[in-house]
Design a protein around this ligand. Sequence first.
Ligand SMILES: *Cc1c(COP(=O)(O)O)cnc(C)c1O
Length: 397
Amino acid sequence: MSTQSSPFVVAATVAARKKAESIEKMKADLILPARAVRRLRPYDPVSSLDKIVHNGEGPEPLKLDWNESTMPPAPGVREALTKFLSATPRLNWYPPLAAGPLLQRLGDYTGLTSSSILVTNGSDDCLNLVCTTYLDEGDRVLVPYPTYTHLLVFAGARGAHIDPVAYDDPFKGELKAIMGAMTPATRLLYLVNPNNPTGVLYTPAEVRKILNAYPGTVVVVDEAYHEFGSQTCAPLVDEYPNLVVIRTFSKSFGLAGMRVGYLLAQPSRIQDMRRVHNPKSVNVMGLVAAAAALDDIPHMQRYVAQVTQSKELACKELSLSGLEVVNTPANWVLLRVPCPSVAIEALEKERVFVRDRSVFPQLYGFIRITLGTIEQTNELLVRLKRAFSELGWLQEG
Ligand SMILES: *Cc1c(COP(=O)(O)O)cnc(C)c1O
């Protein structure tokens, strides 16, 4: 028998297949994201973790790209987790909904009552919660830019309109610029303080001016890095019903993998947000770890002190080598290089992982380097100078 089908049979088969495909496509096209979400693009995270995990050989990697702590959390965290896991098998139960012991410690730590605190699944979850609770389609959101972009996604998904505010010098805040861009229609202001990645910092007195002038605007102050040495706006919460302060355990406390954050606001605001907040969203291990971290605040403070010294050391050494470096009140410095992608590749060969921030036009040429202990910073400087001198980027000193 011939294996060749007649031209007629082939044509009929192709037609049938095409018809089936077009029906499948029509079915797939029936499902679309919400209108506002269609305007967003899938987030393409760039993390060095895969490279670090899969290239095991070589010197100790220096993961300095995501502003995580470079150190494990307080020893008590591991002990508390081990104890929790070896006690009754409580992983089969949902977490305690009131986050009791953690909430109590957060009250002591922040100086606010527990009715002013909401614990969340990382502080990114706070950002989502604020946007879901307060934003309607078409609302205006003011954002000094460049900044941490997650809020823009959550606000965009609500169909809100983002109004970016740019400063003349991206490294110098201008309250005037923010105040000038605010209108009574500004539903929400997102102020990362100190700002990631520029380090711009406003004092509580300056934030107070905004809160006073715009009582109808939800002012979100993201204090992810406040432990690294800046004054907090937490004490203003009792005075201002329009203030939401956001905090995290991911940076100074070294618990990024545990996903715990919290927000501070007046009890009536907390009640607003509890309409959409999922009380099960923080997992049991996160609750245990965060409470244990707060039992050893001196551990966190010692780390912060090291980071502060590391920043000074890095700024001094790098500027002596003729590089332009910008210090920040957080846990990183910014470094201007002739070509960020070349710098990143050269540093990766040294197993140093940093973040290209030149995606922001205002930060053209800048890479962001998270800093940790002094020992790690000394090692960073050795490797960075080796890589950059090979590229001819260092001034002979
Ligand atoms: C790192 C960071 C966060 C932290 O997010 P988590 O979800 O708590 O890990 C929040 N805001 C800013 C500005 C950050 O840089």
